[in-house]
Design a protein around this ligand. Structure first.
Ligand SMILES: Cc1ncc(C[n+]2csc(CCOP(=O)(O)OP(=O)(O)O)c2C)c(N)n1
Ligand SMILES: [Mg+2]
Length: 327
């Protein structure tokens, strides 16, 4: 599959912006300005490749917490992300009610999710069921970590979608760790995609550091789904290049040599080199995109720092809607 030049550049722009936002969030945390950050560094190629293979804004996306780059690719602005980090008024995920990275973006069909892992899987299946009943041609992308595929909800959701041939793409972002627990302690098969065999849907495993490979695999899965051929289990093999979250110290369980070796496989640097080599990107354009990303990030943080917290009078809305005028 040949990916058009403008799509390649859009992929790079989004990956770069998501990376700079992510790095800035770590700094804010270490400065004591935010309470929590969970990072997607090392997952960006898989997330952006997947998002750009969808009909963004029409298809449905049921993500998980590590999906910053996916959300940026779908249209979450740096300002919205920054407001979310600080729990300020106007943040789109939950109006400041949830922890950061519990994504939702209604205008592009991103459905909110809960903290218990894998609860998003049956939600995605339910949306797929509704699409099929209505006869729409939208698809649903739902993401999850490999460790979370141990959960009962994951099997239930995938099983139902396979039975009813629902238009759902179950993407596993496999970074081989569930906080400190390695994949071997979570599953007895070498690849998360191998689980598909027992559930009756195709299982595909791709290099999730290779954005073109993910784009191609998701395009294919979306095509199957739209043709009524059912769901796909897609494993994107990625790297978690940071500790699990800002509350974690991975030095107690992750060999330093492993962490060092990952840097050589950084998906952003690899994609930059590929694009420079193919003359899609020039040093000048790269510098411009870098400056643009940094400027966007700084403006967003400045805005969010000055923004007010949500008004206390709205605390219960829309969790408990008592006033029908709000409904
Ligand atoms: C049901 C449930 N159990 C435990 C947790 C605590 N928890 C949050 S993230 C996580 C690890 C998930 O690992 P994985 O699915 O591989 O995703 P990753 O964080 O590596 O992207 C755990 C155990 C939780 N949120 N929900
Ligand atoms: Mg994991």
């Amino acid at each position: 599959m040949t990916v058009a030049k403008d799509v390649l550049l859009e992929m790079y722009r989004v990956m770069l912006l998501a990376r700079r936002l992510d790095e800035r969030a770590w700094v804010l945390h270490r400065q004591g300005k935010i309470a929590f950050h969970i990072s997607g560094i090392g997952h960006e190629a898989a997330q952006v490749g997947a998002a750009l293979a969808l009909r963004r804004g029409q298809d449905w996306v049921v993500p998980y917490y590590r999906d910053l780059a996916l959300l940026v690719a779908l249209g979450m602005t740096p300002r919205e992300f920054a407001l979310g980090l600080m729990g300020k008024q106007g943040e789109p995920n939950s109006g400041g009610r949830q922890m950061p990275s519990h994504w939702s973006l209604r205008r592009v069909n991103v459905v909110s999710h809960s903290s218990p892992v894998a609860t998003q899987t049956p939600h995605a299946t339910g949306i797929g069921f509704a699409i099929k009943m209505r006869g729409d041609d939208a698809v649903v992308l739902t993401t999850i970590g490999e460790g979370s595929t141990s959960q009962g909800e994951w099997y239930e959701g995938v099983n139902w979608a396979a039975i009813h041939k629902l238009p759902v793409i179950f993407m596993v972002e496999n970074n081989i760790y569930a906080i400190s627990v390695r994949q071997e302690k979570q599953m007895a098969v070498p690849h998360a995609a191998d689980k598909a065999a027992g559930l009756g849907l195709p299982g595909v495993s791709v290099d999730g550091l290779d954005i073109a490979a993910v784009y191609e695999a998701v395009s294919e899965a979306a095509g199957r789904a739209r043709r009524g051929e059912g769901p796909t289990l897609l494993e994107a093999r990625v790297e978690r290049m940071t500790p699990h979250s800002s509350d974690d110290d991975d030095r107690s369980y992750r060999p330093r040599a492993e962490v060092e070796s990952m840097k050589a496989r950084d998906p952003l640097s690899a994609f930059r080199q590929t694009l420079l080599g193919r003359k899609v990107l020039t040093e000048k354009l790269d510098a411009d995109l870098e400056a643009q990303a940094r400027e966007q990030v700084e403006q967003a943080i400045t805005f969010a720092e000055a923004a007010p917290y949500p008004d206390v009078s709205e605390a219960a809305y829309p969790v408990f809607v008592e006033d029908i005028r709000h409904a």
